[in-house]
Design a protein around this ligand. Structure first.
Ligand code: NAD
Length: 395
């Protein structure tokens, strides 16, 4: 696998972190694709002033800058061997639509993180553009938590995970790609057997909507002062932990049903929530006894508060936050649609989708079915022409 040029998409927190981390471990060319709004002009001006993006990771500082930046895919994607999409899932499709026509046949393109159903959109767009030789991959999560401190200048990287899962299609490229990504991202990348694992093992879809539901159900109109905004992960109560476990259990039941229907599919890496927390945050959890303590005593989660929006002199829960706009239509709803194909009931997931859709002003479920007016915007197999379970189990 010869990778000489890597193109990174977007100018968010994750893209800032990835530019600096990769620059320190990769001697090839790094391009940046910034199609969104007027970001490109802003980025170019600032990086020329600051010269580097400085990433602070513990006591270390890493410095990096892209070699070429453009708003146009043909200028930064044509020569790319590897394209990384570290963007919120709602930006995947429009980004892919711009990139794919410029890709060379040997290119590999992947989302970090994939969230659920990335391959449905990616494979359809590749097919529509006669680029079916292009390979795809997804990572299970972002390797760290990261926040831009100053745009095009500095980013803080915290809570590095012990290991992150990665699956590719076709599967045969997975080991070599995992080893390359592991080197350039400076992190253990665990090769996963298929992309369906990424969807079923997408923990963001459990944690984010689950905690939001627990914190705000019945308190939708609550108002907060800065210091009283609920802590997000440390705010997980016994009751919220019970809801999170119930979502995780429904996904595990679905996983078992798929395994029973297709004896060949390997879904052994789909872990229950508690097992995933302990596996991913081994060194940072002080008390591993329950799901609640895994959140409350995890140093990687300390101090992070629930998403809120400012109103006059107080704050309200923010129901347009990414924890919902990303993790419901690109998470729980994908699970619900696969569960329907596998004929598995998901009463807890249904209740959470229904409640949260109302908060978001969306309608995904109608009369118990995924027939609401906004279902066209969710990344469910049916929206990409896939109508049965066999079509989503690909290797
Ligand atoms: P972000 O909100 O910082 O990304 C914003 C960037 O995305 C923008 O600068 C723009 O370049 C691009 N963008 C936004 N909307 C777009 C659109 N409609 N079309 C094209 N581009 C668009 O996101 P992030 O924090 O870097 O997160 C990236 C991914 O990583 C998300 O899936 C997120 O859930 C996940 N993640 C992030 C963190 C973290 O700590 N930042 C932690 C875990 C997972």
């Amino acid at each position: 696998m010869e990778i000489k040029t890597i193109t990174i998409c977007g100018g968010g927190n994750a893209a800032h972190a990835i530019i600096s981390v990769i620059r320190n471990n990769f001697s090839g060319k790094i391009n940046l694709f910034l199609p969104y709004g007027n970001e490109v002009a802003y980025f170019k001006k600032l990086i020329d002033e600051k010269r580097f993006i400085t990433a602070t990771i513990g006591d270390n500082k890493l410095y990096g800058r892209p070699d070429k930046v453009s708003k146009f895919a043909k200028e930064v994607c044509k020569e790319a061997d590897l394209i990384l999409i570290p963007l919120p899932a709602f930006a995947h499709e429009q980004t892919l639509l711009q990139i794919v026509p410029s890709l060379k046949e040997e290119a590999i393109i992947g989302a970090i993180p994939a969230r659920s159903g990335f391959e449905y959109a990616a494979l359809k767009i590749l097919k529509d553009n006669n680029k079916e030789k292009v390979k795809i991959f997804g990572m299970q999560t972002l390797p760290w938590a990261c926040r831009i401190k100053e745009y095009a200048a500095s980013v803080n990287i915290l809570g590095k995970k012990k290991s992150v899962g990665m699956a590719a299609f076709p599967h045969k490229i997975t080991p070599k790609l995992a080893s390359f990504l592991s080197r350039v991202l400076d992190l253990k990348i665990e090769p996963l057997p298929n992309m369906l694992t990424l969807t079923l093992a997408n923990v963001g879809q459990i944690i984010h909507p689950g905690i939001m539901y627990g914190l705000f159900k019945g308190k939708e109109q609550a108002t907060y002062q800065k210091e009283t905004i609920p802590l997000f992960y440390q705010g997980v109560t016994k009751e919220i932990a019970k809801t999170l476990k119930a979502i995780s259990d429904e996904i595990l039941i679905l996983t078992e049903k798929i395994k029973a229907l297709d004896k060949k599919v390997n879904l052994d890496h789909v872990l229950g929530l508690k097992d995933w927390l302990i596996y991913s945050y081994e060194g940072s959890i002080a008390d591993k006894s329950t799901i609640q303590t895994c959140f409350n005593t995890n140093s990687a989660y300390q101090g992070l508060r629930a998403p809120v929006k400012k109103e006059k002199d107080y704050f309200l829960p923010d129901f347009q936050a990414r924890y919902l706009t990303e993790d419901v239509p690109f998470g729980l709803i994908v699970i619900k649609s696969i569960a329907q194909l596998a004929e598995v009931e998901t009463p807890v997931i249904d209740e959470i989708i229904l409640t949260i859709s109302q908060w978001m002003g969306k309608e995904y479920i109608k009369g118990g079915f995924l027939e609401g007016k906004d279902i066209k915007d969710a990344r469910i197999p049916r929206n990409y022409g896939m109508k049965n379970l066999e079509e989503i189990i690909i290797y």
